[in-house]
Design a protein around this ligand. Structure first.
Ligand SMILES: [Zn+2]
Ligand SMILES: [Zn+2]
Length: 270
């Protein structure tokens, strides 16, 4: 039943975003663009690996909720009405996304995981799935862990996740959408496209997933008026296929370790 629901949801996503991009394209780009097959592999295969990571996060968060969280906090969160819980869950979840995302950019070892997402050079809605399973797991740890640990209801967390699901497709979509002054409050496609830009001034900016005011607040916003990002991608050479992309961070870590370890070099020379 869940499989069937996921397939209908995907079909609905395709039926919304393909015509949306055709009608309101921000840049001229083909539907059958470069890297489409790789993104299909991410779409259909990543879920199994992400499931393992997210299950582990949920298990630990549930233990924290049951064994560590004071019962007064549990009671206070549980007593909140559904809509208030949803609002607070979105605020906490997106704050978690912001700092996890910023850390993935700032810590060199973690960047090699996140670079997989930034390797996309032709951005559209489907590029949202072009993400290493470890990257998705870290992001979910930042957002879901505090919500489950604090005891937000399944319905409130489910609503936050549903909203995040549609927002992720939308912010990657190749569409022209003006948010007006709200662009400094809510994350728009324009805002996230700048995050993917390879232009120097735009690097390490715009980390939020839903609320751009977090970037305004923490000094990492980049939204030049009347301009559009011209190029996307990263400086370092990246593989273009699914399995080499999964292996990418491990390959980089291994090669760095080899370079840093003189005894390894010695052994190789002998
Ligand atoms: Zn990023
Ligand atoms: Zn992205």
């Amino acid at each position: 039943m869940r499989e069937l629901f996921a397939q209908y949801q995907l079909l609905l996503t395709i039926l919304i975003f393909v015509p949306f991009e055709l009608l309101f394209a921000a840049r001229p780009q083909k539907i059958f663009r470069r890297g489409l097959l790789t993104d299909m592999a991410f779409l259909f295969l990543n879920g199994w690996l992400v499931f393992v990571g997210v299950t582990a996060i949920l298990a630990v968060a549930t233990l924290v909720n049951q064994w560590i969280l004071p019962s007064a906090v549990k009671q206070a969160v549980g007593d909140l009405p559904y809509l208030v819980q949803v609002l607070i869950a979105i605020l906490i979840g997106d704050l978690g996304v912001y700092w996890t995302h910023r850390t993935l950019h700032a810590v060199p070892a973690m960047w090699h995981i996140h670079a997989v997402h930034h390797a996309v050079e032709e951005l559209d809605w489907l590029a949202a799935v072009h993400q290493h399973p470890l990257d998705v797991t870290f992001m979910k740890a930042g957002s879901l862990f505090p919500l489950v640990a604090l005891g937000f209801s399944t319905e409130a967390i489910g609503t936050y996740l549903a909203l995040y699901y549609w927002q992720t497709w939308l912010t990657h979509a190749n569409v022209r959408l003006s948010y007006g002054p709200l662009r400094h409050v809510l994350v728009s496609p324009e805002f996230h496209h700048w995050h993917h830009s390879s232009e120097r001034e735009a690097r390490d900016k715009n980390f939020a997933g839903l609320f751009s005011f977090y970037d305004v607040l923490f000094g990492s916003v980049y939204l030049p008026q009347g301009q559009k990002p011209k190029t996307f991608g990263v400086d370092e050479p990246m593989p273009s296929r699914y399995l080499p992309l999964l292996a990418h961070p491990f390959v980089v870590w291994a090669s760095k370790h080899k370079r840093d370890d003189p005894s390894g070099t010695q052994t190789q020379r002998q």
